[in-house]
Ligand binder design. Structure first.
Ligand code: HAM
Length: 424
């Protein structure tokens, strides 16, 4: 690359520019209010973790660990590190490291960037954002159902259309073990139909084959033995109760016996919220129960369940619904000319900010006319016009930008006048 060529962001990693960031800020506020209304508390983990954490938690034979992690050796001490591809493993690591589960179940949430080296396309990025929600220390089906109900409430709050819920259960270790043996036998009979990935995974992780999107294998997958037929009574009852609770709350769902999820830590309930409006990347939110993970990462056994939503996908869906951008970001634009006027204007701007108004004080000089053009472009509802004449009289000319008479007010009446005009 020549030295004066403009540098570009890494492929699959996007800038979020100010025009779009308004929607992000609005969305993040809605989501945080919603999480707090269910008693979830914020936790913040590092973006980088030891590579072993993800290998252990997500599973060695998964797409994420095999091909998608940004891993590197720390240049100073050689430690193997990875940019987090998801948040559940880090969250459980943090909970154990700081002993948060001692005698107290936890409802936690986090948000931020995740990194996966996938092939970028609409809705699939190499840096993307999630809101993740984890409930640790709860064993019953009530929390599984509550997390799904929570999601349904959020979609309603956001006014999302065309989102459906897919549900499945992965049972417990013993039933999965039996199912695994039957799956291997089933696929071994038709080895010639398996693609390279599936052949490789046949003995290490046959469940992953059910996750394959390869059209040539769909008939074989559809005919595969069902885990549902192997489930223990406890797991079946758990699943029945989750379904009963959803029905009681009128949350429709579809049972999808082939829903296995791309990460190995799940057991029992798994779910995905999907839409047909985002092309191939239609899963906007996904999760489930992961009762074995705490122990796997070195803690005393503790049940847990959680989910994460993809922020880019949710925002794309909202924009597809014609979601209007939130209101303008400036209330008042202050134009001024002359030495005395500039000092006075700056004081008036501070006075308005004391009342939590959003004020843009013009910088860079120029004629009143050119400053008024900037005031117009800023989207402010009110402009203050201040010349030396106003400054000497300790008065301010206040101009409603959407039309209406300009008025001249005293310093004492300024805030009340501006607030009145903003309410019009
Ligand atoms: P996941 O299914 O891998 O689960 O990701 C959750 C969501 O993140 C997806 O449904 C999707 O909306 C979004 N997402 C994933 N990859 C990308 C990508 N490359 N580009 C854009 N969006 C993406 C997990 O990450 C689990 N940790 C969820 C969980 C929490 N399970 C229990 N607790």
């Amino acid at each position: 690359m020549s030295s004066n060529e403009t540098l570009q962001a890494v492929r699959g990693m996007n800038d979020i520019l100010p025009d779009e960031a308004g929607l992000w800020l609005w969305f993040e506020e809605v989501v945080r209010d919603w999480l707090h209304s269910y008693g979830y508390r914020n936790i913040r983990m590092p973006l980088v973790e030891p590579t072993d954490l993800f290998k252990r938690a997500i599973g060695e034979v998964t797409d994420i660990v095999e091909k998608e992690m940004y891993s590197f050796a720390d240049a100073l001490n050689g430690d193997q590190l990875t940019l987090r591809p998801e948040g559940t493993a880090s969250c459980v690591r943090a909970v154990l490291q700081h002993n948060l589960l001692y005698n107290a179940p936890q409802r936690l949430y986090y948000s931020g960037q995740m990194f996966r080296h996938e092939r970028p396309q609409k809705g699939r990025y190499r840096q993307f954002h999630q809101f993740g929600v984890e409930a640790l220390g709860f064993a019953g089906p009530d929390i599984d159902a509550e997390q799904i109900l929570m999601c349904a409430r959020l979609w309603k709050k956001l006014g999302l259309r065309d989102v459906t819920l897919q549900l499945n259960t992965l049972g417990d270790a013993a039933s999965r073990h039996r199912h695994r043996a039957k799956l291997i036998a089933h696929f071994e009979q038709r080895m010639e139909l398996l693609d390279a990935d599936s052949t490789r995974r046949l003995h290490s992780n046959p469940l992953r084959i059910l996750d394959s999107k390869n059209p040539a294998m769909q008939d074989l997958i559809a005919a595969a033995p069902r885990l549902m037929d192997e489930l223990e009574e406890d797991a079946l009852r758990h699943f029945d109760e989750v379904q009963a609770m959803l029905k009681r709350h009128d949350v429709p769902f579809e049972i999808n016996p082939h829903l296995v999820r791309g990460l190995d830590y799940y057991n029992r309930t798994v779910f995905e919220w999907v839409t047909t409006r985002l092309g191939a990347q239609g899963t906007i939110c996904a999760g489930g129960r992961y009762d074995g993970l705490v122990e796997q990462i070195g803690g005393k056994p503790a049940p847990a369940t959680g989910f994460a939503m993809g922020v880019e996908r949710l925002l794309a869906l909202l924009q597809d619904d014609g979601m209007a951008l939130p209101k303008p970001e400036v209330d008042v634009y202050v134009v001024h000319q002359g030495e005395l006027a500039s000092q006075f204007a700056s004081r008036m701007a501070e006075q308005l900010r004391d009342s939590n108004l959003r004020v843009l004080l013009h910088c860079g000089g120029g004629s009143f006319k050119s400053q008024m053009k900037k005031a117009d472009a800023s989207g402010a509802c009110v402009a203050l016009v201040i010349g030396d004449d106003e400054a000497q009289a300790n008065e301010i000319s206040v101009k409603p930008m959407q039309g209406g008479e300009q008025e001249r007010v005293s310093v004492q009446n300024l805030t009340a006048t501006v607030v009145r005009l903003l309410k019009l």
